[in-house]
Design a protein around this ligand. Structure first.
Ligand SMILES: O=P(O)(O)OC[C@H]1O[C@H](OP(=O)(O)OP(=O)(O)O)[C@H](O)[C@@H]1O
Ligand code: HPA
Length: 184
C-alpha cells in the first residue's frame, strides 16, 4: 500500500520529543567513554544491526578511537510495523568471529527478541565474548527474554518511538531526536 506522505509529516509534527538532539548526543558520548574504557585493548569486531542501528553505530563509532573492525547484520522483526513478529535474517555476518570480542550496536532493546537472537548467533559462531550496546531501552513488562544490554544510552517509557535510526512505517529514521507517537 502506498504511504501517505501527509500522514508521515503529520506524525512528526504531532509527536512528543522525549530527548532532543543534544540529549541524545550526550548519551552517545557517555556510551563512547564507557565502551572505550572497557574495550580499547580488545580489538573488537563491531556489528551494526541494520537498519535501526545505522545512526547509533555511525555516531558511536567516531567516539571509539582505538583499533576495531566493522561489519553489519541485517535482521528485522517489525518490517515497518509498530508490532514485532518473527525475526527475519536478511544478511548474516560475513566476518569470521571465532575467538573475537564482538560488540553489537543497535538502536533499541524493546521486547528483546532481536538482540537475544543475535547474541546467541554470535556465541554459536565462536565469539570469545559478545557485548551489546543500545541507544535506548524501553521499560515495560512485555520482555520476551530476560536480557540486559551492557551499554544503554537512555531509558524510554513504553511508547512507540522514532528518530535516531528508529522508524515509523519506514520513515523518520533521520529525525534529530527521539520522538514518541502521539497517543501511543
Ligand atoms: O527488542 P525487539 O522487540 O526485538 O525490537 C528491537 C529491534 O526492532 C527494531 O528493528 P526492526 O525489526 O524494526 O527492523 P529495522 O532495524 O529495520 O527497523 C530495532 O532496530 C531492533 O533491532
Ligand atoms: O518503539 C519502537 N520504535 C521503532 N522501532 C522499534 N523496534 C522496536 N520497538 C520500536
Amino acid at each position: 500500500m502506498p504511504v501517505d506522505l501527509d500522514h508521515i509529516k503529520e506524525v512528526y509534527a504531532e509527536a512528543d520529543c522525549l530527548y532532543d538532539d543534544a540529549e541524545v548526543e550526550a548519551a552517545i558520548d557517555r556510551m563512547g567513554q564507557a565502551i572505550t574504557a572497557d574495550l580499547a585493548n580488545s580489538n573488537p569486531l563491531v556489528f551494526c544491526i541494520m537498519n535501526g542501528g545505522l545512526v547509533t553505530s555511525g555516531k558511536l563509532l567516531t567516539k571509539l578511537n582505538f583499533p576495531l573492525q566493522i561489519d553489519y547484520i541485517h535482521a528485522t522483526r517489525y518490517r515497518n510495523e509498530t508490532r514485532g513478529g518473527e525475526l527475519n535474517w536478511l544478511v548474516k555476518p560475513n566476518t569470521e568471529m571465532e575467538d573475537r570480542n564482538v560488540l553489537i550496536i543497535d538502536d533499541i532493546l524493546d521486547e528483546g527478541h532481536t538482540l537475544a537472537a543475535i547474541v546467541e548467533y554470535c556465541q554459536k559462531a565462536g565469539a570469545k565474548s559478545v557485548i551489546t550496546a543500545v541507544l535506548v531501552e524501553k521499560k515495560h513488562d512485555r520482555k520476551g527474554v530476560s536480557l540486559d544490554a551492557d551499554y544503554i544510552g537512555l531509558q524510554i517509557e513504553d511508547r512507540y518511538i522514532f528518530g535516531y535510526g528508529m522508524d515509523y512505517k519506514g520513515y523518520w529514521r533521520n529525525a534529530p531526536g527521539i520522538y514518541a507517537l502521539k497517543g501511543h
